[in-house]
Design a protein around this ligand. Structure first.
Ligand SMILES: NC(=O)c1ccc[n+]([C@@H]2O[C@H](COP(=O)([O-])OP(=O)(O)OC[C@H]3O[C@@H](n4cnc5c(N)ncnc54)[C@H](OP(=O)(O)O)[C@@H]3O)[C@@H](O)[C@H]2O)c1
Length: 285
């Protein structure tokens, strides 16, 4: 088999399995995991084979590490004993230097972070084509990232290593915080007396339209509601109605209110309205 046709994946979890399924038609795939190696190879399909971690370097032109963030360093160390050619890893908060000692050995290393969410492998397979990939690295490893992204129908954004935590925080806000906001809105609907399932159904068109507007218009133009209107009394009423909630709902509402205030100011909110809103947001019950 010619150079560049063999790919190793370490980690048979959500990301490893999804990448395996989508890349199996293009590569001779070898998968090494801890307990789910067979399951991951079966999910990948094609000619994907299981492989021991210590044999992966010999069997692969490029290795993608897709294990929990806390295990990346240990896997990199194990691989360093077997002279891999190119090593990528999928955690967006870690850079090539976190794969030590591989870079010091001259192994070309990069971060290849799918800017997508994988609650389970099948969801990842559905969502990944067309996604962006955060890439940190250079040379052969970066070329592999571009090649894999192209095969996956995606694009790449290049991130400097010292800025990876900011890039990854952006991904977390876009993905995890969106889930948190849907959950918080559903909880408030429930507190208002609407059954949870019915509340989620009722909120869906509003959430979808807001998300669509946020992504297609300037966020300043897309913003509506009491903060955009400078309606401090309504904000106070909202916070007052949440005063008996034992969870962090009020803090979430306050923090978001303060952030939305910066958007409203950018769109021209009058300074006196901004002062009144800030007072309402900071007021204790
Ligand atoms: N999930 C997401 O939405 C997402 C999105 C972008 C990036 N990422 C990144 O992708 C990476 C993997 O995330 P994930 O969600 O796929 O995690 P996951 O579902 O928990 O899967 C991790 C896999 O790694 C295997 N593993 C753990 N330690 C290992 C070791 N020492 N040697 C070999 N295999 C080992 C696990 O073993 P078993 O074989 O026992 O299962 C498991 O299959 C993380 O760095 C994460 O930050 C995740």
């Amino acid at each position: 088999m010619g150079r560049g046709r063999t790919l190793g994946i370490v980690g048979g979890g959500n990301v490893g399995q999804a990448l395996g399924r989508l890349l199996a038609p293009e590569f001779a795939l070898r998968i090494a995991s801890r307990s789910r190696t067979r399951e991951a190879a079966a999910f990948a399909g094609g000619d994907a084979e299981t492989c021991a971690l210590e044999d992966l370097a010999d069997a692969s032109d490029c290795i993608v590490i897709a294990v929990p963030d806390s295990s990346v360093a240990a896997v990199a160390f194990s691989l360093s004993e077997h002279n891999p050619r190119v090593v990528l890893q999928t955690c967006g908060a870690l850079g090539p230097s976190d794969l030590s000692p591989l870079p010091e050995q001259g192994v070309s290393c990069a971060t290849f972070h799918p800017l997508q969410t994988f609650p389970h492998p099948t969801a990842g397979v559905r969502a990944l084509p067309g996604s962006a990939f955060g890439v940190c690295g250079s040379g052969e490893a970066a070329a592999w990232c571009r090649r894999l992204a192209r095969i996956l129908g995606g694009t790449t954004v290049h991130i400097a290593e010292e800025r990876l935590p900011l890039y990854h925080a952006a991904a977390v806000v876009a993905s995890n915080c969106t889930i948190g906001l849907v959950d918080a809105a559903s909880r408030l609907m429930e507190m208002s007396g609407v059954d949870r399932a019915e509340g989620r159904r009722a909120l869906r068109p509003l959430i979808e339209a807001s998300m669509g507007n946020a992504l297609t218009m300037n966020t300043e133009q897309a913003l509506t509601g009491p903060v955009a209107r400078g309606d401090a009394a309504t904000v106070r009423r909202h916070l007052d109605a949440m005063r008996n909630d034992s969870g962090p709902l009020r803090e979430l509402y306050r923090a978001f209110g303060h952030y939305l205030l910066t958007v409203a100011i950018r769109r021209g909110l009058a300074p006196e309205d901004a002062v009144a809103l800030r007072l309402s947001l900071n007021e204790e019950p």
